[in-house]
Each structure stands twice: as C-alpha cells, then as structure tokens.
Design a protein around this ligand. Structure first.
Ligand SMILES: [Zn+2]
Ligand SMILES: [Zn+2]
Length: 222
C-alpha cells in the first residue's frame, strides 16, 4: 500500500452537515478495522484549492470548483465524472510528495468513464467517490446511515478489498465482492440491498465480516 498522509473527505456544498458527519464516522470505522492509523477529516476550501491542478483561465476559489469542473455535460442531467475529478486533484506519482486519500461526496449522480454507467460509488486506488442521489429521500434507515454504509463499502475498495489472494466467500459481480452479510457484499438492488446491510449494522452486527476485516488489515499492512 502506497504511503498516504491522511484521508480527506471533500463534499459539495449541498451535502448536509449531518450527512458529512456520518460519512466521516463511516471512514473512521474502516480505518479503525484496518488498524491503519490514518487521520480522517472533512476538507476545508483551502485544502482543496491548494491541491487542484489549475487549468488556464480558471479562477479556483473554493472546493465547489472541483465538482463544477468535473461535471459531464453530455446529458441533460448533471453528473459528476469521478475520473475527471480525480484527474483534477494533484495525484502525480512522479512527484516526491505524499498525498492524501480522497473521498469525494456529491449530491449529483456519479459517472465514470471506465464503467460507462452511473454508480453509487466509485474508486481509484487513492480515492473513492460516493453519490447521495439514490439515498436522498431515505427515511428508515436515514440517509445518514445509508451513506455511512455506502462509504464503508467504497473505502473498503479504496484500501484494496477484496484482494486477489482471497479465495473464500467471494462472488464475482462487478469485480470481487464478499458473499457474506457484510458491507463488502455487492449491492445488486439500490437502495434495497443497502437498506438490508444498514439495518444489520444498526442491530450491532459488525460491518465487515471476519474475512473482510482480516483482508483489510492485510491490505493496509502492505
Ligand atoms: Zn463494490
Ligand atoms: Zn465480507
């Protein structure tokens, strides 16, 4: 696992503070299971502005610029292109700098070039993106709890779940996912499958099954 300084959560201005707080807690839960000892925090404007790779004539004054510049304008509905957003953040592997992990949180649907569809979450090895869109009207469990479950899944992937050495309890659905009742299960039905996982988690069941928790620690040990 490449060395990264911290995990920075970058949310757009329409993400409610209670949702951002739930996402922060969700990422902290994953770091704790992974025993990764990484600080996790919500980004301030200056964190994002200083990291964005600027383009000519763009005046970058706030983190909102990242979400606006990353929009896909091909269709009539606004979609945030996760690939574009990550490319706009400074992520050059050739520079001798240590970068954070990025967790992007958008109120708009996400889009990715690689998959060509609209996922609820998306990741690169150094970043994850989640969209609130499919969950914004959820009441029971609340949108906050849904997002907490969703970001655990996305951050789990960001750290390398499920690793190639995992052979037990694996299903190949959009890449390797967990076959147990665990946040790393593939969410075939949205939001229904997330509702089920969130309810289990709220009943006190561990979010990651034993195999995934162990894999998480192995991935973070490098
Ligand atoms: Zn997944
Ligand atoms: Zn699992």
């Amino acid at each position: 696992m490449a060395r990264r300084s911290e995990i920075l959560i970058i949310a757009d201005a329409r993400v409610a503070p209670s949702v951002a707080a739930a996402i922060l807690e969700g990422v902290r839960d994953v770091v704790s299971v992974a025993q990764a000892k990484l600080p996790v925090r919500l980004a301030q404007d200056e964190d994002v502005v200083s990291r964005i790779r600027s383009r000519e004539d763009d005046i970058i004054a706030s983190s909102e610029w990242l979400f606006i510049a990353a929009q896909d304008t091909a269709s009539s509905t606004v979609k945030v292109n996760a690939d574009k957003a990550f490319l706009l953040l400074e992520t050059s592997v050739w520079e001798q700098k240590i970068y954070p992990y990025y967790v992007l949180v958008t109120s708009d649907p996400l889009r990715s070039d690689q998959y060509g569809f609209t996922p609820n979450w998306y990741r690169w090895t150094f970043g994850a993106a989640v969209s609130i869109k499919s969950f914004e009207n959820q009441k029971d469990p609340s949108v906050e709890e849904h997002m907490r479950t969703l970001v655990m899944h996305a951050a789990g992937h960001m750290f390398g779940l499920l690793p190639e050495w995992r052979v037990k309890d694996v299903v190949d659905e959009c890449g390797p996912h967990c076959a147990n009742q665990c946040v790393m299960k593939h969410p075939r039905y949205v939001p229904g499958d997330w509702t089920e996982l969130t309810r289990l988690r709220l009943k006190g069941k561990e979010p990651f099954c034993r195999s995934c928790a162990e894999n998480l620690r192995e991935c973070c040990r490098g």
